[in-house]
Design a protein around this ligand. Structure first.
Ligand code: S3P
Length: 178
C-alpha cells in the first residue's frame, strides 16, 4: 500500500513531458483526483487556452494562470498537472514549493520534439513552427526554464518515466513525515 502525505502533488515540466498522462496514472494509483491546470482555466474562463492567447495575449494568460494556481493548490489529495510555463512566472515556484510535493519530469529536447509532433493538444507558443524551429525554440526555452523546474522536490530524469517510479521517489522522500 502506497502512503504519501496529503499535500497535493504537482507535476511540472516542459510541454510534452507527460504531465497529464502520468498525472492521471498517478492519481488512479493512489486514489486521488486529477486536475489539469489548463483545463481548469478553460472551464473557469469558458474559453480555450488558444483563444486566451489569441484574444487577450500571453501576459493576460499568465495572470489568469497564476490566480488559477493559487486556487487549485488549496485542495489536498489531488495530483495537479500544471502548464509548462506556470513555474516560471514570478513567485509561482515558491508557492508550488510551499504548498505541494513537486515533481519535475525532465525530458530531453529531442524526445519532447518527438512527443509534441504526435500531440493533438494545441500549443500557441509552438504554432506555425517547422520541426527545426520547434527544436531550437524548445532548447532556448529550456535554458530559461530549467532554473525554475530544477527547484522541484523531486526531479525524474528520464525519457521513460512511470507513475510507479514517481510514487517510489515521493515515498522515499517523505518516509519520515505524515
Ligand atoms: C505553456 C504550456 C501549455 C499551456 C500554454 C503555455 C508553456 O501547457 O499552459 O500553452 O508556456 O509552456 P502544457 O505544458 O500542458 O502543454
Amino acid at each position: 500500500m502506497v502512503t504519501v502525505p496529503d499535500k497535493p502533488i504537482v507535476l511540472l515540466g516542459f510541454m510534452g513531458s507527460g504531465k497529464s498522462t502520468l498525472g492521471k496514472q498517478l492519481a488512479t494509483a493512489i486514489g486521488w483526483s486529477f486536475l489539469d491546470l489548463d483545463r481548469f482555466i478553460e472551464a473557469e474562463e469558458n474559453r480555450l487556452i488558444t483563444e486566451i492567447f489569441e484574444r487577450s495575449g500571453e501576459a493576460s494568460f499568465r495572470l489568469i494562470e497564476s490566480k488559477a494556481l493559487l486556487k487549485v493548490l488549496k485542495y489536498p489529495r489531488q495530483v495537479i498537472a500544471i502548464g509548462g510555463g506556470t513555474p516560471c512566472q514570478t513567485g509561482n515556484m515558491q508557492i508550488i514549493k510551499e504548498n505541494s510535493q513537486s515533481v519535475y519530469l525532465k525530458v530531453s529536447p529531442l524526445q519532447l520534439l518527438h512527443r509534441l509532433s504526435f500531440s493533438t493538444t494545441p500549443r500557441p507558443l509552438l504554432k506555425g513552427k517547422t520541426e527545426p524551429e520547434t527544436l531550437s525554440l524548445i532548447e532556448e526555452m529550456m535554458v530559461n526554464r530549467e532554473p525554475y523546474y530544477s527547484q522541484a522536490d523531486i526531479i525524474i530524469e528520464s525519457d521513460a518515466i512511470t507513475a510507479r517510479s514517481i510514487l517510489s521517489q515521493i515515498e522515499w522522500l517523505t518516509r519520515d513525515e505524515g
